[in-house]
Design a protein around this ligand. Structure first.
Ligand SMILES: CC(C)(COP(=O)(O)OP(=O)(O)OC[C@H]1O[C@@H](n2cnc3c(N)ncnc32)[C@H](O)[C@@H]1OP(=O)(O)O)[C@@H](O)C(=O)NCCC(=O)NCCS
Length: 187
């Protein structure tokens, strides 16, 4: 593997650039993340302020990419969302997380970004499995996981407490061999 463990990378897809966050992205992050509809199933501060956006981007600049790889999703030179892999190297698994500006929903953007990140992640981190979890009521997120070829593995009851409410999470996952079967040996 030629990549250094903490190296930051860029990926391109048919319509998107996926790149590490930059300090100049604060305004774009505030624009999409301050939408209460986006935050409906997420553990984001409410209301979401420019301080929150600044703190978010600052953390992304400090992330150690040997375990935390967060890509800004760039569309026509604007950041419209994020997609991340949280890697557990010991177990060779990673969690995939994502959020997209509401004005871009329904165009298959996150499935497109997710395919690129999963393809890259299996190889870059020598992973055995990539999984994702969502509030069980978040059907939009189920659909993304299904489109990525993940299997539904079950529901974790009362798994998180979000804004005072106990939330059930649904889990989806895909094994490396399943990804390779579906996408050739690119993983
Ligand atoms: C979940 C999310 C990432 C989906 O991204 P996306 O790029 O819009 O994904 P898709 O275009 O494949 O759409 C997924 C589903 O969303 C639903 N959807 C599409 N447009 C929608 C809209 N304007 N409003 C509500 N739901 C919509 C559809 O059910 C669609 O499935 P379908 O293609 O089978 O009809 C995005 O909705 C989002 O960022 N939501 C808020 C943050 C979040 O919940 N993140 C996931 C946390 S686990």
């Amino acid at each position: 593997m030629s990549r250094e463990p903490n190296e930051r990378v860029e990926l391109t897809t048919e319509r998107l650039l996926l790149r590490p966050f930059e300090i100049g992205d604060v305004g774009d992050v505030l624009a999409y993340a301050s939408d209460p509809e986006l935050a409906r199933f997420l553990d984001l501060p409410q209301p979401y302020t420019s301080d929150d956006a600044e703190e978010y981007v600052a953390h992304r600049l400090l992330d150690d990419w040997s375990s935390e790889a967060t890509f800004a999703i760039v569309w026509e030179r604007h950041v419209i969302g994020s997609i991340a892999l949280h890697v557990n190297a010991q177990d060779e698994v990673a969690a995939l997380g994502y959020a997209l500006a509401r004005w871009m929903w329904g165009r298959g953007i996150v499935p497109e970004a997710g395919r690129a990140v999963i393809d890259w992640g299996f190889d870059a981190y020598a992973l055995h499995k990539i999984y994702s979890r969502a509030d069980v009521r978040n059907r939009q997120s189920w659909r993304v996981m299904e489109k990525l070829g993940m299997s539904r593995e079950g529901v974790l009851r009362g798994y998180r407490k979000v804004r005072g409410e106990h939330v059930d999470d649904v889990c989806y996952g895909i094994l490396r061999e399943e990804w390779e079967r579906a996408h050739g040996d690119s993983a």
